[in-house]
Design a protein around this ligand. Structure first.
Ligand code: CMP
Length: 138
């Protein structure tokens, strides 16, 4: 089965020059980079679609401000159990407590910016990956 995952390198990751490091960690694990695209400009509509389940949450305004603060790099990786594998490389949502050795644990911290800046997003299920890949690569 050729499972796929959507990975976003968020504006903090792009701004801090971490795009290559993030992509290489996933490639070095053995997953295949299938597609890659940088998104710049007005990403408001894409983000509302991508984060539809979070729109009514109290943290959404801060999340949207953070996610529209600069370009985003979208990537699709494939491989057996790629969702499980990439999410393990990515680490816990909160970078302050994400385990050392993970992308968020090694590269992220709390910047007191009003948003949980955590470098990357990775799809959490096959259904989410299909939906999210359509949003970022249509
Ligand atoms: P991500 O993996 O992209 O999925 C949803 C995003 O919302 C998450 O990373 C964080 O950036 C953000 N997020 C999730 N929970 C919270 C929270 N409790 N407070 C602020 N931001 C959050």
């Amino acid at each position: 089965m050729n499972e796929k995952i959507l990975l976003l390198i968020k504006p903090d990751g792009v701004r801090r020059g971490l795009t290559g490091d993030v992509l290489s960690r996933i490639e070095h694990k053995g997953y295949i980079l299938e597609n890659l695209r940088m998104h710049a400009g007005d990403l408001s509509g894409l983000l509302d679609e991508h984060y539809a389940e979070h729109i009514d949450k109290p943290f959404y305004p801060g999340l949207k401000k953070y996610m529209t603060s600069g370009p985003i790099v979208a990537a699709v990786f494939s491989g057996a159990r790629v969702i499980e594998g990439v999410r393990s490389l990515v680490g816990a949502t909160d970078p302050t407590v994400a385990a050392p050795g993970t992308i968020r644990g090694d590269f992220g911290r709390d910047w007191c910016s009003g948003a949980l800046e955590n470098i990357v997003h990775a799809s959490d299920s096959v259904q989410s990956a299909e939906r999210e890949i359509k949003i970022w690569f249509s």
